[in-house]
Write a protein that binds this ligand. Structure first.
Ligand SMILES: [Zn+2]
Length: 414
C-alpha cells in the first residue's frame, strides 16, 4: 500500500492556494492570467524537482512523465486543472493536480517502480470562465475540439488564447493530443454537491456525468419611452424573456428526475430605467444523464420562446453553444478505485456527477475514472468552497493507491 505524506500535501496546497488568493480565502486565477502563469511555474518546478520529463503542448497543457519498468507500455495519465472561476474556491481543480503530484512524490519516497509510465497533467482552461468553452485543453487533447480554433478564441477584452499563452510563456511546442494509446486516466475532484457529506461517506466513485446543452437566446422588441407609451402597444423584450426564464425553471420536472435547468446570464438593452427594453439576451444550461431528455429540453425552450414572443410581439434567435452527451466512466477503473478505498478502510458510494470535468473528455479516449471527496455544504464556484482536511487526506490516499494499481495492471486486463 502506498503512503502519502499529509504534511507535504498541505504545504503544497497552501503554497499553490496563495497564488491568486482572494481576501475571503478563495481563489481568483483565471485561465492563462498572470496568476495562472505563476502557478504553472510552481508546478513545473515541482515536476522537475521529481526528475520528471516535462513537456508543454501547443494549447499550454503541461505534462510530466515518470518512467515505468516498461517504458513502451501505455501510460496511466493523472491530473486535473489549475485555473479557477472568478472568485472561486481553492479545491476545484487544484486539489486534483496536487493529489496527482503527491502520488508521484509518494511513489518516489517509497522507491516504487511501477510497470507502466505515469504521466501527470495540468489541463488548460477547464473552467471556461475567461475563454469559452470549458474543458478547452482536454477536449482538444481528446480530439473533440480543434486546437487551432481554440487558439483563436478571444476573452472579453479581445485577447486570444494564443496571445495569452505567449504572454505567460506556455505556448508549448508539443503536438496537442496523445502520442500513443493511454492505459487509463484518473482524476480526483471535490464533489461540488452535497451527497457524500449528507451520507457521511468518505469517497465517491463516479460512474458517469450528466450530458448537457448550453443555449444562447436573444429576444428583440422595440425600445420606447417608459412614460408615454401605452401598455398595449409595447413589444418588451425583457417581459418575454422573463416568461421564458420562469418556464425554464419549471421545465426540469417535466424532462427527467435528474434534469436541472438554469438561466445564469441575462443582459438587457438599452438598460435604462425609463426605456422599454429592446433586447434581452440570456443563456440556458440544461443537464440530465438522459441525452434524449436534454434534446427534448432544447425543443421545449424553443417552444417557450415562440409562445412568449407571440404574446409580446417580439422576435427571437436561439443558438446552441455547446452540447455534450452524458459520460460513462470505465467500470473497471471504478472497481479498482473501490477496491483501493476498501483496502484503506474508507467508505465508498457510487454516484453520478452533475458537472463536467476533464475526465469526461478523456473518457472518449481511454478507460477513465473520477474520484470525489466530499464538499462541505456542496458549495462550489464560490470562495466558501471547503473540504475537511481529513477528507482530503483520505481521498488522496485512495487516489494514490488506485493509480499504483492501474500502473501495475497487465495489458490483458485493458
Ligand atoms: Zn474543476
Amino acid at each position: 500500500m502506498i503512503e502519502i505524506d499529509p504534511e507535504r500535501l498541505r504545504e503544497a496546497f497552501d503554497r499553490y492556494a496563495a497564488i491568486g488568493a482572494t481576501e475571503n480565502g478563495g481563489l481568483h486565477r483565471l485561465a492563462l492570467s498572470a496568476a495562472d502563469g505563476e502557478v504553472r511555474d510552481a508546478f513545473v518546478a515541482d515536476l522537475e524537482a521529481l526528475g520528471l520529463d516535462v513537456r508543454v503542448d501547443g494549447l499550454g497543457n503541461v505534462f510530466g512523465r515518470r518512467e515505468g519498468r516498461d517504458s513502451g507500455a501505455d501510460p496511466v495519465l493523472i491530473g486535473s486543472h489549475l485555473d479557477s472561476q472568478p472568485y472561486g474556491g481553492r479545491y476545484d481543480g487544484q486539489l486534483g493536480v496536487l493529489a496527482a503530484l503527491e502520488t508521484l512524490r509518494a511513489l518516489e519516497d517509497a522507491s516504487v517502480e511501477t510497470d507502466r509510465p505515469i504521466e501527470i497533467v495540468d489541463w488548460t482552461n477547464e473552467e471556461g470562465a475567461r475563454f469559452k468553452p470549458a474543458l478547452m485543453g482536454s477536449e482538444a487533447y481528446a480530439g473533440l475540439a480543434d486546437a487551432e480554433d481554440a487558439l483563436a478564441v478571444e476573452d472579453g477584452d479581445g485577447t486570444t488564447v494564443e496571445e495569452a499563452l505567449e504572454s505567460i510563456g506556455y505556448r508549448g511546442d508539443a503536438p496537442v493530443g496523445p502520442d500513443g494509446d493511454l492505459h487509463a486516466y484518473l482524476e480526483l475532484h471535490v464533489e461540488q454537491g452535497p451527497v457524500l457529506e449528507n451520507e457521511g461517506v468518505d469517497i465517491g466513485v463516479v460512474e458517469g456525468i450528466k450530458g448537457m446543452s448550453w443555449l444562447s437566446a436573444t429576444i428583440r422588441g422595440e425600445a420606447d419611452h417608459a412614460g408615454p407609451s401605452p401598455m398595449h402597444t409595447r413589444a418588451d423584450a425583457l417581459v418575454a424573456a422573463a416568461d421564458v426564464v420562469g418556464a425554464v425553471r419549471r421545465l426540469s420536472a417535466r424532462l427527467a428526475d435528474d434534469a436541472v435547468t438554469t438561466v445564469g446570464e441575462l443582459t438587457v438593452e438599452p438598460g435604462s430605467i425609463n426605456v422599454i427594453p429592446s433586447a434581452a439576451t440570456f443563456t440556458v444550461d440544461l443537464r440530465s444523464y438522459d441525452d434524449a431528455a436534454v434534446a427534448r429540453g432544447v425543443e421545449r425552450v424553443e417552444a417557450e420562446l415562440e409562445a412568449a414572443c407571440d404574446r409580446e410581439g417580439t422576435t427571437y434567435e436561439l443558438s446552441e453553444l455547446w452540447r455534450i452527451p452524458h459520460t460513462e466512466f470505465s467500470p473497471r477503473v471504478c472497481d479498482v478505485a473501490a477496491a483501493a478505498a476498501a483496502e484503506r478502510g474508507r467508505t465508498v458510494r457510487r454516484l453520478r456527477g452533475g458537472a463536467g470535468h476533464d475526465a469526461s473528455s478523456l473518457a472518449t479516449l481511454t478507460e477513465a475514472g473520477l474520484v470525489f471527496v466530499p464538499s462541505v455544504g456542496g458549495k462550489t464556484h464560490n470562495e466558501r468552497e471547503f473540504t475537511e482536511w481529513t477528507d482530503v487526506v483520505a481521498g488522496v490516499g485512495v487516489f494514490a493507491e488506485t493509480v499504483r494499481r492501474l500502473a501495475d495492471e497487465a495489458s490483458e486486463s485493458a
